[in-house]
Design a protein around this ligand. Structure first.
Ligand SMILES: Nc1ncnc2c1ncn2[C@@H]1O[C@H](COP(=O)(O)OP(=O)(O)OP(=O)(O)O)[C@@H](O)[C@H]1O
Length: 204
């Protein structure tokens, strides 16, 4: 079962090619995107997530072409950026409700266990402007992981989170990777090993 396919992806910034002719095809599992700072990990993830338009090549998510059928393709993925995208005035609960409303869902069956596992229950009523960086990150992770999307794209998911949350992230990836694809950028070798992830290395 193919969940994410990239065919001859290429990106050029200011006349310099960041990568070219990048092709892969993944079914369920865990893939760690690694490489030096500036190798293009975040750029690749934003292309796959449909956050930034493709320059060269094509992407299909859940069999849906990202350029030709963007709504169906994006419905098949969840995107967890490195930095919080929530409004500062929103509470944790309001943010989660907004994300599920945007996905056309009123509830997420996995949500309660994720809130518990990531230890964010005490922060649900807090506004993002008053949260620590790690707590914001945990809400981003929970919003993506609680979706039923078969493809979960995460930019540096362990950045800033504590050991308990990291253990829960690893457990969620290990448990879910039989049916879903988790593709995440990281510099964290320990997490890659604990998740049993396959490494996709972007050359500098
Ligand atoms: N919109 C843009 N315009 C011009 N250059 C860009 C743009 N986006 C990214 N870049 C450049 O592309 C390169 C790759 O950046 P990217 O953030 O994808 O790397 P990364 O592998 O995620 O790095 P890190 O490990 O530091 O997070 C960098 O040199 C960056 O400055």
């Amino acid at each position: 079962m193919k969940l994410l396919e990239a065919d001859k992806l290429g990106v050029t910034f200011s006349g310099l090619a960041l990568f070219r002719g990048l092709s892969f095809s993944f079914g369920p599992g865990a893939i760690a995107l690694m490489g030096e700072n500036g190798a293009g990990k975040s750029t690749l993830l934003t292309l796959l997530a449909g956050v930034q338009p493709l320059q060269e090549g094509r992407v299909a998510v859940g069999g849906h072409d990202l350029a030709a059928a963007p709504v169906a393709a994006r419905r098949a993925l969840a995107w967890v950026p490195d930095e919080s995208v929530a409004y500062e005035f929103m509470t944790g609960d309001e943010f989660l409700r907004m994300v599920f409303a945007l996905r056309g869902k009123s509830e997420a069956p996995a949500l309660a266990a994720l809130i518990e596992g990531f230890g964010i229950a005490p922060h649900r009523g807090k506004r993002f402007g008053q949260m620590s960086l790690g707590t914001r990150k945990k809400f981003m992770l929970v919003s993506g992981l609680a979706s039923s999307a078969p493809v979960v794209l995460m930019d540096e998911p362990t950045n800033g989170i504590d050991a308990e949350a990291k253990a829960h992230l690893v457990e969620t990836i290990r448990h879910g990777s039989a049916t879903r694809l988790f593709l995440f950028s990281t510099h964290d070798e320990d997490t890659v090993a604990r998740c049993g992830a396959t490494v996709l290395r972007l050359a500098d």
